[in-house]
Design a protein around this ligand. Structure first.
Ligand code: FEO
Length: 402
């Protein structure tokens, strides 16, 4: 059965949801599922804005057949060539023989890389600023390289002032019928997953996101239609501000997040002690994560949110405890910067984890590592309380700076 939604005059959501997939990109847990959004414009010419993942391709085909009602599909606009959005291009090319595929030079190159069907005479190349008139509706193309792949482009629909934004402004989570962000409590129920999506998928490309935000600032936008998650038609400024902050690598909250690894509980005990001392000093809303049992995508999202990070980890094979090393390497790969970090290290016969954590942090941009650190030899001792208090005081002083 078709399952479509009208989002405004002549424009429909024709996507679908996946609540069966455990790992997005075979990497990121999505217990709330994910939506693959595609949009259909019915005008003198018809245009489909992107396709969907193969897992829900059948639903897209039913949706299209229902809304087109025997009309041809004139254009498929390919804003993004990652297979969660392009997997059904070949099937559509077969079903709609007059369909022209609209993309830039990189898009067409990637179609050839992924697929073997004949593109001869079926492509419509566009570049920055080009327009495609469908009748009453006209699409104008905005190149957005590396948000999140090099071929990515956005399409701005001039009549309704809709920005089809590709991966930008997307989020994990199935829609459950509430297609619009104003139909849910986004800040309470969606922001964490939205931050996790942004930081892990697009986080590395902050400068490129900044470039797109500058282009978007020159457009009057009534609605943002991303490829994942709710559509935005209210309170756009609030979400744009989040994107601006995330892509500048500025923390959202002046807050402490404690990330600890602990083999037998001794390093965790030291982390607990520090959290208690911080709380006694008036620090609120402390967050804590066991790096062994928390998926790294959540750790990354929290490192993006908080201004102050505490890293506590034991030495392992004369190096750093592997889950902490993995977290730090991910942080570096995703370009996280501008944080203040405190380090607690542990080692029973040769303590090396602190050196390795500081070394990895030193490879990142503008990470301030507090000089005061705590070095445990197996477990926290009362004789080390002073050094823990000094670390607490340094953290509090930094938190209280303007
Ligand atoms: Fe949802 Fe970069 O694909």
């Amino acid at each position: 059965m078709y399952c479509t939604r009208k989002i405004c005059e002549d424009i429909y959501w024709v996507g679908s949801e996946d609540r069966r997939l455990a790992l997005f990109e075979n990497l990121f847990p999505i217990p709330r599922g994910v939506s693959y959004n595609a949009y259909l414009i019915l005008d003198e010419k018809t245009a489909l804005m992107d396709t969907v993942d193969r897992s829900v391709g059948g639903q897209l085909l039913e949706n299209l057949a229902h809304l087109l009602h025997g009309r041809p599909l004139d254009y498929l606009v390919v804003d993004h060539m990652e297979p969660d959005h392009c997997a059904t291009i070949g099937e559509l090319a077969l079903r709609y023989p007059q369909m022209q595929i609209v993309g830039n030079a990189k898009t067409i190159q990637m179609i050839r890389q992924f697929y073997d069907f004949d593109l001869e005479g079926r492509t419509h190349l566009v570049k920055e600023g080009d327009q495609l008139c469908l009748g009453a509706h006209t699409l104008q193309f905005v190149m957005a390289p590396m948000v999140h792949w090099p071929e990515v482009m956005l399409a701005y629909e001039l009549k309704e002032k809709i920005l089809f934004s590709a991966d930008a402004f997307g989020t994990f989570g199935a829609l459950n019928g509430n297609l619009f962000s104003d139909q849910v409590n986004f800040e309470r129920d969606w922001l964490d997953d939205s931050r996790r999506y942004y930081t892990n998928i697009v986080g590395k490309y902050g400068p490129q996101v900044q470039a797109v935000l500058k282009k978007a600032a020159g457009l009057e936008i009534n609605m943002i239609c991303p490829l994942h998650g709710p559509i935005w038609r209210e309170n756009l400024g609030w979400f744009l501000e989040k994107y601006d902050r995330w892509s500048r690598y500025e923390p959202e909250d002046r807050a402490v997040a404690v990330f600890y690894g602990s083999i037998y509980g001794h390093t965790e005990n030291a982390a607990n002690l520090l959290m208690n001392l911080l709380s006694e000093a008036g620090v609120k809303n402390i967050a804590a994560y066991d790096v062994s049992s928390t998926h790294v995508s959540h750790l990354i999202a929290e490192a993006w949110r908080c201004s102050h990070l505490v890293l506590a980890a034991p030495t392992y094979n004369m190096n750093l405890y592997p889950p902490m090393e993995s977290f730090l390497r991910d942080m570096k790969a995703l370009n996280l910067q501008n944080r203040t970090v405190a380090v607690i290290e542990n080692g029973t016969w040769a303590c090396a984890s602190g050196k390795h954590m500081r070394g990895l942090l030193g490879e990142m941009k503008n990470m301030t590592v507090l000089e005061n650190g705590v070095c445990l030899a197996s477990s926290m001792k009362e004789s080390q309380l002073d050094s823990m208090l000094q670390l607490r005081d340094a953290l509090v002083a930094s938190l209280n700076q303007a």
